[in-house]
Design a protein around this ligand. Structure first.
Ligand SMILES: *Cc1c(COP(=O)(O)O)cnc(C)c1O
Length: 434
């Protein structure tokens, strides 16, 4: 890779710019508060920009899981539910996530998938809403599962669903709206929605605010308590690095917990789970968000993964995330052939999450322009073959996720450089074919 950079095919301003950007990347990587946190992860020479889909493996996880399996499961067996703290893991790990989402203790519980927690939050919210409510609002740009589940929850309660763009929620909410379900960061474009103002607008209409933090928690400061958010959910395998399918979490604001009625009142949320009573009485507090027996192996992997946050200030994570994405955008505009990619991620810092999404249009003579495979999918497949891992979302979006704990400025520069090469090679190949 570095060889091709020393001897570019067509020496010129791009080559000089490239060297300058690589030098700047090295300087930026040597400075700042998060220069050593990368060592807490298992990584290699791959430029890994897909931590917004599956976070890298923290070094603290493998030995801990080996111990859980050999000792806690293998030797203590059933005693581990009490002696190894398995039973209380959902709320204990919830407390470790709480500071990352701006929640005081006693409001976050871990378990089940995000999809299932969306169901708990939306149904629980509908049950708390005023009797006269006829509808819920769902972020029109939402990750699909939230919309599918919200629609089902609304149908069960006899309410309508109205998709609304986050920026329009303040204007569209009415006193008949039970709640609005909003994604904090748009999974496709990386746009950050304004939690404080949208929540305030919902509250002034007497409507509950339900936020999905999948693409924000661990990447930027989240202020659930300060914004007065009512209910929230989020997954832990993206910026929280919990591992494939690691359990999600549910936040229920303290002052609402007494009124929160779970639609999935499993025995783990009973006030006396081992009383084995036929009748259901919910536990106090956020414990009522629990359902059944927790998936202990995934949950304890997540707990070990959360050790990477030791001594890390989320404000530093945010500052580095913005610097990384700024730098990547600069490098892309320097290296990519003009007109081939366009950022659909906002340039304004206050509207940007921790990813850059580039809409990729077909080059004049490319395969796609002639009716072949979708060009952005092809470009991403080639990037991955050349050691730069991002992902592709239909119809034309290349997504590059930046995880400030381990993504380097050198990664950002190399990704942009390889993207430029791929786009030029693809245009040249298309030209040859024609
Ligand atoms: C990643 C993501 C999910 C994933 O849901 P699962 O139940 O874990 O598959 C849901 N919602 C949003 C907004 C996401 O970004």
């Amino acid at each position: 890779m570095s060889e091709s950079r020393e001897t570019p095919k067509s020496p010129g301003p791009a080559a000089a710019g490239a060297r300058k950007a690589a030098i700047r990347a090295a300087e930026l990587d040597a400075a700042g508060p998060l220069t050593t946190t990368r060592e807490r992860f298992v990584l290699d020479d791959t430029v890994y920009l897909d931590g917004n889909s599956l976070g890298a493996l923290p070094r603290s996880v493998p030995d801990r899981i080996a111990e859980v399996i050999r000792h806690e499961w293998g030797e203590l067996r059933i005693r581990s539910w009490t002696e190894a703290g398995w039973w209380t893991a959902p709320e204990r790990i919830g407390e470790k996530i709480a500071p990352l989402v701006g929640a005081a203790p006693g409001q976050v519980v871990v378990g089940d998938s995000t999809s299932i927690n969306v169901f708990k939050a939306v149904t629980g919210g509908i049950r708390m809403a005023g009797k006269g409510c006829t509808e819920i609002l769902v972020d029109a740009t939402t990750f699909p599962t939230d919309g599918y589940i919200a629609r089902s929850a609304a149908r069960m309660a006899g309410l309508a669903v109205r998709p609304v763009e986050p920026a329009r929620i303040a204007d569209e909410v009415t006193e008949r709206t039970a709640l609005a379900l909003v994604n904090h960061v748009d999974y496709r474009t990386g746009e950050l929605n304004d939690m404080a103002s949208i929540t305030a607008a919902l509250h002034s209409a007497g409507t509950l605010a339900v936020w999905d933090l999948c693409h924000s928690a661990g990447a930027l400061p989240v202020a659930l308590d300060a914004c007065g958010v009512d209910l929230a959910v989020g997954c832990t395998y993206k910026y929280l690095n919990g591992g494939p399918g690691s359990p999600a979490y549910l936040y229920v604001r303290k002052s609402l917990q007494e009124r929160f009625e779970s639609p999935l009142p499993g025995w783990n949320s009973h006030v006396d789970p081992f009383g084995m009573e036929p009748g259901y009485t919910p536990a106090d507090g956020v414990l009522r968000g629990r359902v059944g027996t927790p998936d202990i192996l995934s949950m304890l992997a997540l707990e070990a993964a959360l050790e990477v946050w030791e001594g890390v200030a989320i404000e530093d994570v945010r500052a580095k995330s913005l610097a990384l994405t700024d730098f990547f955008l600069e490098c892309v505009s320097e290296y990519a052939p003009p007109g081939r990619v366009r950022s659909v991620t906002p340039y304004e810092h206050r509207r940007r999450g921790s990813q850059v999404s580039l809409a990729c249009s077909p080059g004049g003579s490319s395969v796609a322009a002639q009716g072949g495979a979708p060009v952005a999918g092809e470009v991403m497949a080639e990037l991955i073959r050349r050691g730069v891992v991002g992902d592709f979302r239909p119809p034309d979006v290349l997504r590059f996720g930046f995880t400030p704990l381990y993504t380097t400025f050198a990664d950002a520069e190399r990704a942009a450089w390889v993207l430029g090469e791929v786009l030029r090679d693809q245009a040249a190949a298309g030209g040859d074919a024609g």
